[in-house]
Design a protein around this ligand. Sequence first.
Ligand code: PMT
Length: 399
Amino acid sequence: MHRLVNKRILLGVTGGIAAYKAADLVRRLQDVGAQVRVVMTQGACEFITPLTMQALSGHPVHTTLLDPTAEAAMGHIELARWADLVLIAPASANFMARLAHGHGNDLLATLCLATGAPIAIAPAMNQQMWADTSTQKNLLILQEKGIKIFGPGSGSQACGEVGAGRMLEPLEILQQAAEVFDYQLLTGKHVVITAGPTREAIDPVRYITNKSSGKMGFALAEAAAEAGARVTLIAGPVNLPTPSRVDRVDVTRATEMYDACMKAVEEGCDVFVATAAVSDYRPTVTADHKIKKSTEEIHLTLVKNPDIVASVAEHAKRPFTVGFAAETRDVVAYAQGKLVNKKLDMIATNDVSGSNVGFNSDNNALTVIWPGGHKVLPLASKAQIAKQLIELIAIRYKD
Ligand code: PMT
């Protein structure tokens, strides 16, 4: 269940007697460390109150598309981007039909259209409704769309009939939700990832650094671990918890990051991802004591830091080497130059001119370029972008 730690689960509840089990599901998800936000259809509100779900989840429950108060707190598009998984439990026959045919006629259906996250449904309905040819046709459409189907189970139903159509128990749903995050593309591989800024000391109290929070690199480390890799995360000074199953090496200066990376490559790694915003220069001299204010001007002489990712790409034990490029203009052209000059296998570039992607944001959007191809990963949470990038890396690495 550790795969659900910190995962953002958007729980959609549709109308049906099994809606009461959604209350227990919220608790179970939170118990294993997931963050939960609840969206209810009008039908669901007939069976269980939004207040109950709000009290359990600790967050306002979203029920309508055109609610200015809810939109002001977290708009529906924001909610769609926020989710790592959209889980609909229970999913009624009516909702399955609407989802299969791409309707956007209420908040939950619209969110499903707007999200880039995986969608899973736990159907719950009368056994005759489940067996009906329309429902079964819709099921096929949903499976073809890549929507994950949890259950349904079989047994005696609230209506007194016996058969398939019961919603799975919350613990079974929890288990299957955890498996959504278990994609073993990099099993047995050692992935080394750099993250965060570096900090170049001027004197004991001052330094040169940049705005990197480490979020992108840490999300990649988590995604690589979930893909089955052994992960070493070489992190600059950031304030983030270490993702589970990840070995973390903390460094401060670029030269320390260089040493840690070279050691990891020397020991053997299969994939190297340079997400860190490494300071290109460092002060030539670090003063032993705090520099005192005296003259009108002081001059700082800087010397170039080693280029870590380029050195990794030149190493005799060269892993599959992926760089990042943070650009504010001519984003793709500059990234292509770095791909060639640093002799990389792949580069992921982000436009960091705005505040909604790149440095310190929870979201990102990337153009990933490799010799002979590219792929755009549109705006999504860093967790989702990381998962998509790790999938791309795994495919290119195996080619
Ligand atoms: O940490 P976050 O707040 O989540 O922000 C994420 C990010 C914006 C930092 C990340 O998405 C990103 O773009 N990282 C690369 C930042 C950067 O330094 O780009 P660059 O274009 O200057 O460097 C190109 C590549 O060379 C990068 O892979 C960098 O790690 C590497 N490099 C740069 C200099 C150096 N001395 N050694 C290096 O290895």
